[in-house]
Design a protein around this ligand. Structure first.
Ligand SMILES: *[C@@H]1O[C@H](CO)[C@@H](O)[C@H](O)[C@H]1NC(C)=O
Ligand SMILES: *[C@@H]1O[C@H](CO)[C@@H](O)[C@H](O)[C@H]1NC(C)=O
Ligand SMILES: *[C@@H]1O[C@H](CO)[C@@H](O)[C@H](O)[C@H]1NC(C)=O
Ligand SMILES: *[C@@H]1O[C@H](CO)[C@@H](O)[C@H](O)[C@H]1NC(C)=O
Ligand SMILES: *[C@@H]1O[C@H](CO)[C@@H](O)[C@H](O)[C@H]1NC(C)=O
Ligand SMILES: *[C@@H]1O[C@H](CO)[C@@H](O)[C@H](O)[C@H]1NC(C)=O
Ligand SMILES: *[C@@H]1O[C@H](CO)[C@@H](O)[C@H](O)[C@H]1NC(C)=O
Ligand SMILES: *[C@@H]1O[C@H](CO)[C@@H](O)[C@H](O)[C@H]1NC(C)=O
Length: 481
């Protein structure tokens, strides 16, 4: 009955072209709370059959959905969720964690979900409830990320700091919005990366510090306590228990946990993945588990991490500029082609490794800057006015490679670009009272670098992917797949 009422309001909205958008029109596509996505061989399936993920990263969902007193903006949230749903997006990768400290810390999401071990900001937690409820209404499932290698949410380093009498975190170079150059209006940027003079450490010092989480028992106990608190929470908006809600497709151990520099059977990452995934399974038997590995360090580490029995599918992140393959100031076709060739090979290699492990694989992060050579002589290198010729061609290639792999029965099950900035733009940004601008780029990186805006061609590429794959699934299944 609910379905027919919802169908009626959909029909009314569709005919009343000049009336404001009916916020309930997405109801027919709402997720049945019992329709858990599951793994079948190298495929994901739901009640309708084969499930392909047309995803986007939207890590700040819990903060945007939180009360205005906590820096949230509900009107922006629903506008952007409607925009994504209208482009066929059926999955968002969001943070289900963020950590604070006794003294104010730079470069991270603020206010945090957890101020101190076991001490939660209920208003931000309610933001996560609202986020999940709004996703569910729009037929969008979630990956819930429970921790972070990097400083932008607190993450590993904050747990290690807590466990060591609040020792100082050796932050690597990170975007400092208040550093020179500054725009005339305070709090509107631009800033620059922190460097050694500002007290920045090397990436190696940072990861060595943060990765102590793999062996620190106190930090691990607090992390497991957090996992339990989130997974067993009851949503204050819709009353669903998190571990009984099919809107949550996946619990993810952490964003980009790092291994040792090269494969080493004694790497503490491997037993950590085993322990934490087994713990999550004991609390969330109906939902899936992924690690959040970038999978940038080759076949052996990929396989050692993803063979853990309670890890349901593999993850990959492909970062051509960060890994030194692509240069955002180089306008040449050759520069673009090197990136496209790398991405194609990366998808082919990781699909093969996943097939060897016998599990699906999800490309859950990739991005490319805008044509920022156009910004080289301007006041800020990441202005939204730059065109996106390279980015669009690159997105067509990497998303196309994943779709082709999926259609030929490979291990890939979907894509999830980084990251939706929606209506935000650097030109109009204003830091809120918590020092946040909530771009698609997290607070340790230059805002506007990898954002996908609501009017970007990349969103049409995402939408075409969903339509194309849906048509293929329909064709394929009519022949008895
Ligand atoms: C909230 O989002 C709306 C767009 O939906 C925007 O116009 C408004 O400026 C935002 N408010 C704040 C405080 O950022
Ligand atoms: C913890 O840090 C505080 C302040 O820096 C210091 O006074 C105290 O001695 C430290 N405690 C331990 C056990 O190291
Ligand atoms: C950010 O830059 C400002 C201005 O240069 C400086 O005072 C502050 O210490 C910097 N913060 C960090 C964490 O580097
Ligand atoms: C940031 O600082 C570096 C080194 O001083 C400089 O080369 C670069 O132009 C600065 N970036 C911006 C956006 O001003
Ligand atoms: C492997 O890791 C262990 C533990 O960190 C270390 O003691 C050992 O030297 C490493 N072996 C190699 C070959 O790097
Ligand atoms: C641009 O990239 C291409 C391909 O990597 C390279 O051959 C060329 O030298 C680069 N040009 C500049 C100016 O860096
Ligand atoms: C893919 O695998 C081949 C063969 O193992 C290797 O030479 C190549 O560097 C890999 N490429 C990428 C992008 O992973
Ligand atoms: C459906 O897709 C699978 C995997 O690509 C393929 O093996 C099969 O032949 C397809 N069936 C039809 C009828 O297209």
């Amino acid at each position: 009955m609910r379905a027919s009422i919802a169908f009626l309001s959909f029909a009314v909205a569709a005919t009343a072209l000049n009336t404001p958008r009916n916020p309930h029109k997405k109801k027919p596509h709402a997720i049945d709370p019992k329709d858990f996505v599951y793994v079948d061989g190298l495929r994901l399936k739901d009640a309708k059959g084969l499930h392909y993920i047309t995803g986007l990263n939207y890590w700040a969902c819990l903060n945007l959905a939180a009360d205005a007193s906590q820096g949230g903006n509900y009107s922006r949230l629903v506008t952007e969720l409607d925009q994504m749903a209208a482009h066929g997006v059926n999955h968002l990768r969001v943070m289900a964690s963020s950590e604070g400290a006794p003294t104010p810390q730079p470069f991270r999401m603020n206010p945090p979900l957890m101020d101190a071990p076991g001490k939660y900001n209920e208003k931000v937690f309610r933001g996560l409830d609202i986020c999940l409820d709004e996703l569910s209404k729009r037929g969008i499932r979630a990956t819930m990320t429970l921790n972070d290698e990097w400083q932008w949410s607190g993450g590993f380093a904050q747990y290690v700091s807590w466990a060591n009498n609040n020792t100082a975190i050796p932050y690597p170079p990170s975007w400092n919005m208040t550093k020179a150059p500054q725009r005339p209006t305070p709090g509107t940027g631009w800033g620059n990366y922190s460097d050694t003079e500002d007290g920045a450490h090397t990436y190696n010092e940072y990861t060595t510090f943060a990765n102590q989480i793999y062996t620190n028992q106190l930090a691990e106990q607090w992390y497991k306590d957090h996992i339990k608190t989130v997974i067993t929470r009851k949503n204050t908006v819709n009353g669903k228990k998190y571990n009984e809600d099919a809107t949550i497709m996946t619990w993810q151990l952490a964003n980009e946990p790092q291994s040792l520099d090269s494969f080493n059977t004694s790497d503490p990452l491997f037993p950590w993945v085993d322990r934490i995934s087994t713990y999550i399974r004991s609390l969330a038997p109906k939902q899936l588990i992924s690690v959040g590995l970038e999978s940038k360090q080759g076949e052996q580490i990929f396989k050692a991490v993803h063979k853990a029995p309670d890890v349901d599918y593999a993850t990959t992140h492909c970062w051509v500029q960060n890994w030194g393959i692509y240069d955002m100031y180089n306008a040449s076709e050759a520069n673009l082609k090197v990136a496209q060739d790398f991405a194609t090979a990366f998808v082919a290699n990781t699909s093969r490794w996943a097939r060897d492990v016998g599990k699906p694989v999800f490309l859950e992060e990739f991005g490319m800057a805008r044509d920022n050579w156009e910004n080289a002589d301007k006041e800020y290198p990441y202005l939204s006015s730059a065109s996106t010729t390279h980015k669009d061609a690159y997105f067509r290639t990497i998303i196309g490679a994943v779709m082709a792999d999926f259609k030929k029965g490979g291990a890939y099950v979907g894509t999830c670009p980084w990251a939706y900035g929606g209506i935000w733009r650097p030109e109009t940004q204003v830091m809120n009272e918590f020092g946040m601008v909530w771009a698609g780029d997290p607070p340790h990186e230059s805002p506007g670098w990898y954002d996908l805006y609501d009017d970007d061609e990349a969103m049409n590429i995402v939408a075409r992917q969903q339509k194309d794959v849906a048509a293929w699934i329909k064709r394929n299944s009519t022949h008895g797949y």
